[in-house]
Design a protein around this ligand. Sequence first.
Ligand code: GLN
Length: 511
Amino acid sequence: MSEITKPTDKKEIFGHPQGLFYLFFAELWERFSFYGMRALLTLYMVNVIFEKLVERDYATAAVYASYGSLVYASTVVGGRISDSILGMRNSIFLGGILMAVGHFVLAIENNIAFFLALSFIIVGNGFFKPNISTFVGTLYKEGDPKKDSGFTIFYMGINIGGWVAPLLCGFLAAKYGWHYGFGLAGIGMLTGLIFFWSGIRRGVFGDKGLPPENGNINKSVAGIKQGTLVSILAVLAAPVIAYLLASYKSLGADGSMLEGTNIVNLLFYIIGIAVLGYMAYIMISATVDERKKLFAAILFTFFMTIFWGFHELSGSVITLFAARNVDLEGIMSAAQTNSLNSMWIIILAIPISMIWTWLTKKKMNPRTPYKFGLGLLFAGISFYILAISESSANENGLVPFAYLLLMYFLISVGELFMSPVGLSKMTDLAPKRIIAFIMGVWFLSSAFAFQVVGFIGKQLAIESTDANIGGFDTLGVYTDGFLLIAKYSLGAGVVVLLASPLIKRLMGNVH
Ligand code: GLN
């Protein structure tokens, strides 16, 4: 872990602090590793890890959901440890190294190694992701109008990684083998760390991101410095998490899968109840104005959970749908279709933010609840497009690629209506004293969303002993499911739009 500091380098690039561009590339490469691996994950589980199970889709959906939930939930813990002990720089280094270890362990073909690898990525992401995002904010003075565009640039970095990685990792996996794909993801993560490290060497972060001044990092517990203890515990947490991930099933005597107690599911019920309970407690002690705003923040987080719950199907059910029922016409492989969301975000992010600025000038920029309602409608329409693709299937039960492309276009528009807007509203709606907690809850919305993904994935799991399932049988299962999702999402969108005048009132002066 590095603690090198140099005086702040005041140089700017495109009017932004130089440090932004080091964080941009560090995050670009970290997301490269994250999404490169994610593009392969579901297909790897179905075709390799659970190959012999009749219920391999089911097992894959369960593990994918637990992985996704924990990868986002761990950010709450990583954020807190950074605030009280490590500081952002050390957290980013620790997280990056753990993630790289995870990716390289994935390159070992063994089931135990597989669960262990996912666990390293979960713990690593917990330290890396929240801290690099917060780090961006610290580069700007409070109220600096450039901060928002700084975040837009940063979001671009995320999506450049998310766009390129599935293409390259998918290509390597198909041509040379899964482990080359996973290996490239690991190299991507190391590249990210090198960018971050070179930023520190050049002093572009000034004194930002150092451990908190309380000096906890050097205080000892049981003779071990807290900073070292955190690293040791982070490594020890990995096998425990691996055990939780593997609790998706128990095997019957004949090798068939029996439903075991999924500990991760259980854990999320408990976390959900605890968070709601704590929220209720905060609401009781808040002033009337704070209470209203908090209630609005809870509603937005809830709507976001619904949206991500459908959106994050891209790495699971939609990847399987692409593999089994989309005529990819040699354009790209199923793993590579994971790049489409990020591709659209890169194309659409700037035009959409320009539309908001233009509408603001005309005093017509819709308030947040309307954007959320529209975002859910876009998600609904996107799934409706996939549902009706069935009517254009060829004789092998394959639907044209254009449907998938259009689906990703629509859901990406929805994402831009909700995700960046919601993030900035959270900071406006939460009372200052609990802002960190509310941001944690916001990240938890992605974690809970993966429980939705798991639920849907299990409903749409196809039982088979045949490696090449596809055709009209699976097409019908998927498109029926997509139609149901479309109805729920459209329904939710309409409800949010109808409730918008009320939600608007809760928000007071926040736009
Ligand atoms: N695509 C964004 C990222 O990777 C957001 C993902 C999410 O919160 N579910 O950072």
